[in-house]
Design a protein around this ligand. Structure first.
Ligand SMILES: NC(=O)C1=CN([C@@H]2O[C@H](COP(=O)(O)OP(=O)(O)OC[C@H]3O[C@@H](n4cnc5c(N)ncnc54)[C@H](OP(=O)(O)O)[C@@H]3O)[C@@H](O)[C@H]2O)C=CC1
Ligand SMILES: C[C@H]1O[C@H](OP(=O)(O)OP(=O)(O)OC[C@H]2O[C@@H](n3cnc4c(=O)[nH]c(N)nc43)[C@H](O)[C@@H]2O)[C@@H](O)[C@@H](O)C1=O
Length: 403
């Protein structure tokens, strides 16, 4: 008998169903069964709300031609809706010496997660720079996990960039991201990690997805062409987490953040995202006394922005409070046009000249507001307003980056 890990965490009533089959080899393949279980999971969440979970394990080849599957259904309420700040009763929050590998700890997201974990008293963070450990190198990643055996992993290392970078380097965006996530997720499973959180992005959704975009809009239509290579890699990451949970019972979860900004962002003039790009350009124009600043596109696209400290709070919340199959949207729920964003950044930086629109540059997806009600129903919501977040980020920029 080869038992896969039985995942069972909360002391709630479970419904056990058993299925046995003694006919042929095809019946030993758990795939049709796991497709069915995925369908059951989605149906359960639709019927009972997003905090309902299907927990299951498969036992097969027992004895030679018999497959037995047990599945357990737990419907949770209050334990999942409690914020870590309120209770901290969960095992993740109670073991402050757990070894947590934050991959990409010097980036925008990774550095915010490190700050959050340290502020909560976690003392055993495992951190490696890109130079120390190149996560695209499979054997190096394997050795690292074999030696270090982390308890938790947050995967915030990735090839990341704005609309121009995504459009210009499609091979890098698909290949590097597939390599990093495949190596890290697989090694995490093989070396006994308790739980991994994979970070995707709102660009996984179809270009013309319903707004606000619910989690189940995934794979329901064609992607936005400027970032489809990156999006395909991120979708593969979500599916890899789901597959490892289904086949191996591995506690792999995925969070899908909206457009982020904050300290340690990438302020590159071309390859960055819109918010840091504009902050840098307005600052430079102010210092140099320029009369105009060029902004890309038409200004009409809508984007939802989230401060990275809010995202880090949500990531840690999910580590302690969520173990479902489906990915979870993480957004602020507030959207602005690029024109409104540009006016706001201009005001915060204190630039007094004009905006000039370069319509030869792509707009990208017209609207990308995520439906974050699933996360809200678990008990989390964003706290930092865009204006406050911009003031905080500009302060950081002046202290750390200014030319
Ligand atoms: N920024 C955003 O608006 C959004 C980001 N996300 C997601 O959040 C995650 C983090 O993004 P973000 O913090 O913005 O990105 P950053 O570019 O700021 O940071 C990425 C980090 O990954 C590291 N890294 C890249 N390649 C490798 C490698 N081969 N081996 C080891 N480390 C590597 C980088 O190290 P180094 O700098 O040394 O190369 C860096 O520390 C990504 O998965 C991204 O998709 C999701 C939605 C929006
Ligand atoms: C998070 C998300 O980020 C990327 O998608 P995006 O939301 O389109 O990202 P963006 O921040 O680069 O642009 C947003 C909007 O802003 C406009 N815009 C104006 N002026 C500048 C400018 O100066 N720089 C940039 N980058 N954009 C500008 C730009 O034309 C566009 O209309 C994905 O590729 C992918 O990485 C992803 O997942």
């Amino acid at each position: 008998m080869t038992p896969n890990t039985l995942y069972c965490r909360w002391p709630f009533p479970y419904l056990f169903l058993c299925h046995s089959n003694s006919t042929n080899e095809a019946s030993l393949n758990p795939y049709p069964l796991t497709k069915f279980l995925t369908w059951v999971q989605i149906t359960i969440q639709t019927l009972f709300g997003s905090s309902s979970h299907l927990l299951f394990s498969t036992y097969y080849q027992f004895p030679k031609h018999i497959s037995i599957c047990s599945l357990s259904l737990g419907i949770f309420g209050s334990s999942l809706s409690q914020s870590p700040a309120m209770g901290e009763t969960d095992s993740f929050f109670s073991n402050k010496s757990a070894k947590i590998f934050v991959a990409g700890h010097r980036g925008l997201v990774g550095s915010a997660i490190v700050r959050k974990l340290q502020s909560l008293g976690f003392t055993n963070l495992l951190l490696r720079t890109h130079a120390d450990l190149d996560l695209t190198r499979q054997s190096d990643v394997e050795s690292f996990f074999a030696d270090e055996k982390p308890h938790y992993v947050v995967l915030a290392a990735a090839k990341v960039g704005g609309i121009h970078a995504n459009n210009t380097y499609p091979a890098d965006f698909i290949a590097i991201n597939l390599q990093i996530q495949t190596n890290v997720i697989d090694s995490s499973y093989r070396h006994g990690v308790n739980k991994i959180l994979f970070l995707g992005s709102s660009c996984i959704y179809p270009k013309f997805a319903p707004q606000p975009i619910p989690e189940n809009a995934l794979l329901s239509g064609p992607l936005e062409p400027t970032n489809e290579w990156y999006a395909v890699a991120k979708i593969a990451g979500i599916k890899m987490c789901q597959a490892y949970r289904i086949q191996h019972g591995f506690d792999a979860i995925s969070a899908m953040p909206t457009n982020l900004y904050g300290p340690n962002d990438n302020f590159h003039p071309e390859n960055s995202h819109v918010l840091p790009a504009l902050m840098r350009r307005f600052h430079k124009a102010k210092v140099e006394g320029a009369k105009e600043v060029v902004v890309w596109g038409t200004g009409s696209p809508l984007r939802e922005f989230l401060h990275v400290d809010d995202l880090a709070d949500a990531v840690v919340f999910l580590l302690g409070n969520y173990s479902g199959l489906e990915h979870v949207n993480v957004g602020s729920g507030k959207e602005v046009t690029i024109k409104e964003l540009a006016e706001l950044v201009k005001e915060v930086v204190g630039f007094e000249g004009e905006l000039v629109w370069d319509t030869s540059k792509p707009d990208g997806t017209p609207r990308k507001l995520m439906d974050s009600s699933k996360l809200a129903s678990l008990g989390w919501k964003a706290k930092i307003s865009l204006k406050d977040g911009l003031i905080d980020t500009y302060k950081w920029y002046l202290e750390n980056v200014k030319q």
